[in-house]
Write a protein that binds this ligand. Structure first.
Ligand code: ZN
Ligand code: ZN
Length: 295
């Protein structure tokens, strides 16, 4: 990515990287103990004195192996490797097979349930999209985690404590958040993104459960936020996410009261919010408006 940075500038290079299904080995430093590979999706790497935690795998084992190589370079002395996933979708979880034997896989119980119900179905769906995704997912395996937790699990990586958290449904039912305590860095998955219209996947969370999750996230008082499909930023991203969802929800419920159909409300609010939030690049609110109507 270094050459690209030089040619097209940092923001453009990051946007480019976030669409790449094949991850590179370059990292950006997010905070004292946290690095990220920018790609589809962004991968979080938290390095302690004794152990390393990776958040998300990349799409398929080849990407998982790339992440494992980066980890070995960042923390050559650490024998212990933990892996967790923000949610069960294949670009976040289906690269586990590329990690070394002995990697300790952890995820929240609700996410694991979704994985068992729909994990393979999602791998098949992604593999049907493009030849590249089919190839990347050809030998994907979805093994059972070594550890599951209900609402919270605390890891001590040696000098760095990390909280793995399940606050409720948002993008999916099992969305997991990772909070690196000494850095106050939040690895937020899809729950908090950087100016990306929220998306509830199928029967995931609801707009109000998403808002309830955000109240709990706000209490963490994060300084840095690393989302999965957009650029990293500071703690203000949490409040901004909540403002956007509340604003859209209030506006849609008002139109619903007036008898406007969900499709018409989506069109109208799509135009309105483009003006209201001009620096949000992709203003596709129809899906979220439908979720608001359905709740
Ligand atoms: Zn997803
Ligand atoms: Zn994703």
């Amino acid at each position: 990515m270094t050459k690209l940075l030089f040619l097209i500038g940092f923001a453009a290079a990051m946007a480019w990287a976030q669409n790449q299904s094949v991850l590179g080995e370059d990292t950006v430093k997010v905070s004292d103990h946290v690095w990220a590979i920018m790609g589809f999706p962004n991968i979080g790497i938290i390095v302690g004195n004794r152990a390393t935690l990776v958040v998300d795998t990349g799409l398929g084992p080849r990407n998982g192996a790339t992440v494992a190589r980066v980890v070995a370079k960042l923390a050559p002395g650490n024998q212990k490797l933990f892996l967790t996933t923000t949610h069960f979708h294949p670009e976040h979880a289906a690269g586990e097979g590329g990690f070394p034997a002995g990697t300790i896989l952890i995820r929240d119980a609700v996410q694991q349930q979704e994985m068992e119900l729909h994990g393979q179905e999602m791998v098949d769906l992604f593999a049907s999209r493009t030849a590249q995704q089919r190839e990347l997912l050809a030998n994907a395996t979805l093994r059972a985690p070594d550890v599951t937790f209900d609402t919270e699990l605390k890891l001590d990586l040696g000098g760095v404590t990390v909280r793995l958290l399940w606050f409720g449904g948002a993008h999916t039912k099992g969305d997991e958040l990772t909070f690196v305590e000494p850095d106050r860095t939040l690895i937020s998955g899809d729950v908090v993104q950087n100016k990306v219209v929220p998306n509830i996947f199928r029967e995931g969370g609801t707009p109000s459960s998403w808002l309830a999750v955000l109240d709990k996230v706000a209490a963490l008082n994060a300084l840095h936020v690393l989302p999965d499909h957009s650029a990293p930023g500071d703690g203000s991203m949490v409040a901004l996410e909540k403002t956007f969802i509340s604003d859209l929800r209030d506006s849609a419920l008002e139109l619903k009261k007036q008898g406007v159909t969900a499709d018409d409300a989506g069109k109208q609010l799509g135009a309105e919010f483009k003006t209201k939030y001009p620096d949000w690049p992709n203003m596709n609110v129809t899906g979220f408006v439908r979720s608001i109507y359905a709740e």
